[in-house]
Design a protein around this ligand. Structure first.
Ligand code: FE2
Length: 481
């Protein structure tokens, strides 16, 4: 009864009237809500909806504060430029940083950019502002210039500076939520992996058992996401400003490069070493590399345990593995993704083919663990309507109350606690082929994760902006949330 019941309930929600009320100055404005003076800021009004509820384990429904941005950066009713530096270098934007060459403004060198103006081509519903804007940073990471969605150059201190910073912050967090989190982690990676494993490997196959740790809860949560986040007229559609919402689900996957190429800067040793020092030092890269290397060693260990059973005289003798390789191709093609899976022409056990499979699995395991936590931690941003929004009226420095409520609901229900990577999953290997070796491999992996945890906690003790998103006690083992 559960799934049909839920599907029915979700359909009923989608049938409710779809009215943005964006231009309704009588019912969708802040002044009546704040005029009593009871709530010093919009954030204080918003949080009253969540403070009264806890989950079964007593933890708050809305994710707890990690960095109190308002305390650090809200000065004289506007945001200090250190906020954008923190978002770009210390937190969620680091993977989008690109170096800039030979460009300066007002005598200062532009060293880095996070460019988003390709999104400005997306049409929006009546009254909403467009997504986009490119922000340029100094060598020290301070924002110096924004190129707006209509191509104007706005410099630090210009009268529109605060508005365009808001546009840039909102576009950054929202597009990461939509593209990097929802489409890439949940559907491109977790969905492909979960389906390929279950379609091709017998229930007691050791590789299926092992990989099930990393696909735990993925099918369940993606079923909910298909309604709430991909489904027309549901909460994400109503939160985002885009006119053609359904078309996004076709357009976004076709624009993805191969998963390995997407993550090459953090997965590939040479590509990482070629990055500018300032980018390599960001917590995303510096801490993330520790996790990537531990995952790679785990995969090498597992491969070493099972490769002799899978291959004989350079050919695959395990037919489940043949089916698995084919299923990875099929699932990628069916999802409309570009993938090196489709280059796995030979189903032999050549080093080249084996390395390609290991690369592909590593890219997936990274996407559903460290990457998912990096792009999926957005509670601090969406708790504060002055900081960022999914959708806002063009020219207004913040979303209206209805749009604020919609985005906070999305932030809250995508933050429920789930099993962490550092936990003991050796029970999964019980009774399977080479159980002892797999238990030893997982114990070794956990030992490394504890060392990584210790290192990240030492680093965070010295950081002004805390970032524990690569701490294996915070990273989930799958995209179950
Ligand atoms: Fe997620």
């Amino acid at each position: 009864m559960l799934l049909p019941g839920m599907n029915c309930y979700m359909s009923a929600l989608r049938a409710s009237p779809f009215d943005d009320m964006l231009l309704d100055d009588g019912n969708n404005t802040w002044s009546p809500l704040l005029k009593s003076g009871k709530y010093p800021r919009k954030k204080d009004w918003l949080m009253t909806f969540y403070e009264q509820y806890t989950m079964w384990d007593g933890t708050p429904v809305y994710p707890p504060v990690e960095n109190n941005f308002a305390q650090m950066f809200w000065k004289h009713d506007q945001w200090d430029d250190q906020l954008e530096k923190a978002m770009a270098f210390d937190l969620i934007g680091a993977h989008r940083l690109k170096p800039v060459h030979d460009r300066s403004v007002g005598g200062e060198t532009l060293a880095f950019v996070i460019a988003q103006n390709d999104l400005s081509a997306m049409e929006v519903r009546a009254g909403f502002a467009k997504y986009g804007s490119n922000m340029y940073f100094s060598a020290e990471g301070m924002p110096l210039m924004i190129v707006t969605t209509d191509g104007r150059e706005v410099l630090r201190g210009d009268k529109d500076w605060q508005y365009w910073k808001f546009v840039w912050r909102s576009t950054l967090v929202s597009s990461i939520t939509l593209v990097d989190h929802l489409h890439l982690a949940h559907f491109h990676s977790a969905n492909t992996l979960a389906r390929a494993i279950r379609k091709s490997l017998h229930h007691d196959h050791p590789i299926r058992r092992f990989l099930s740790i990393f696909t735990f809860g993925s099918i369940w949560v993606n079923n909910i996401a298909m309604h709430t986040l991909l489904g027309p007229k549901h909460v994400l559609h109503r939160s985002l400003p885009f006119q053609e919402f359904e078309g996004l689900s076709d357009a976004v996957p076709s624009g993805f490069p191969d998963l390995w190429d997407w993550h090459k800067d953090i997965l590939d040793d040479e590509a990482f070493e070629a990055l500018p020092a300032k980018i390599k030092e960001t917590p995303y890269y510096a801490d993330g590399r520790l996790l990537v290397q531990a995952l790679k060693r785990l995969l090498d260990d597992v491969s070493g345990i099972y490769a002799p059973d899978e291959c004989e005289n350079g050919r695959i003798k395990d037919l489940d593995i043949v089916r698995f390789r084919l299923a990875l191709v099929e699932e990628a093609v069916e999802g409309g993704y570009t993938s090196t899976h489709s280059q796995l022409g030979g189903l032999n056990c050549s080093d080249q083919n084996n390395n390609m499979i290991l690369q592909s699995v590593l890219a997936n395991l990274w996407t559903v663990t460290g990457w998912h936590r990096h792009v999926g931690t957005v509670g601090d941003y969406y708790a504060d309507p002055d900081l960022a929004a999914f959708g806002w009226k063009e020219g207004e420095l913040g979303p209206r109350p209805k749009q604020t409520m919609l985005m906070s609901v999305v932030a809250a229900f995508t933050s429920t606690p789930q099993p962490k990577l550092i936990e003991d999953y050796t029970h999964v290997f019980k009774g399977m082929q080479h159980e002892d070796k797999m238990v030893a491999a997982w114990k070794k992996f956990r030992g490394e994760l504890y060392e990584i945890q210790k290192e990240i906690r030492t680093r965070n003790a010295k950081r002004t902006i805390k970032n524990a998103h690569m701490d294996p006690a915070m990273v989930e083992c799958s995209v179950a949330v």
